[in-house]
Write a protein that binds this ligand. Sequence first.
Ligand code: WQD
Length: 339
Amino acid sequence: MAKILLTGGAGYIGSHTYVGLVEAGYDVVILDNFSNAKADVPARLERITGQPVTVYRGDVLDRALLDRVFAEHRIDGVVHFAALKAVGESTQRPLDYIHTNVGGLLTLLSAMDAAGVRRIVFSSSATVYGETDIQPIPEDHPRTYTSPYAYTKITGELTLEQVVAADPRWAVGVLRYFNPVGAHKSALIGEDPADLPNNLMPYIAKVATGDLPRLRVFGDDYDTPDGTGVRDYIHVEDLADGHVLSIAALIETGESHAVNLGTGKGSSVLDVIRAYSEACGRDLPYDIVGRRDGDVAVLTARPEKARDVLGFEAKRSLEDMCRSSWAWVSGQLSNDLKP
Ligand code: WQD
């Protein structure tokens, strides 16, 4: 069976994609510097899959390490997650973001080319579309960056387009995520932010466990049904399935693609609070405060192209997302309490 290199494979989406690939019969090698992943994730992945995990601890910027990986394993394709991913943080650390996200991709592509590996799935983001009233957003919407993070994702996409145009031996899958949330059904892996979460669901999760007192709802004066922000939340296990379909398509057809990974359905902040309150069995406390800089009212995906090109359709509901998140964080709670 084909062997896949997963950069950033110990991270949130990477670890779920690892499980999806193994369950689809792929051999998988993880490269991760564990800058945003707990050291025990590989052990948890072994518990879920029942198989030993091959992990190279290191950085995607380390060309010598990449060359070693490609020398020690016959890799058929790469799924590239390893990157810095916080929009707000990127405005404080633009050079770090460009060095890691763009430099890391360039280092990886050079190592792949030298090893004759020319199938790559690139982790991109709806943020490449910038602020737009065109909702749901189609893939041919113009790209414009509104943060250094978005700049690195657009630059990554443009770089890959140039590589494919210059050398048709390459096949590239660009996957633009909307709002990934939730956790694996085993409750053994999930979103595990090291610091105070910026994103809605991990913040709500910490309110549900009592780690944080209340949620701030950033504005209820948007032009949406209940005034709060509307987003296209997608279960991380659906997202993982999308990656498995993407790398399989590249290996089987050699045809490149760029698709949204979303549900096409929008949920408001209050919808999420209601669903999470249902999942955890208590009404979660929140306050309506002012809008957050940079937020838009609505951000939802046109999901049809992923269905037509990859046969991908998100299956899990907002309730599934909240239930799986609550099982993960409350399981952690009990784990933390265990002697
Ligand atoms: C969702 C909604 C907030 C926190 C970001 C990045 C995007 C992608 C996904 C990388 C909004 C509201 C949030 C809170 C709130 N990341 N909210 N209180 O901003 O849609 O997307 O994460 O690719 O690039 O921009 O996600 O979860 O931060 O916000 O009311 O404490 O929840 O205003 O309406 P966002 P989010």
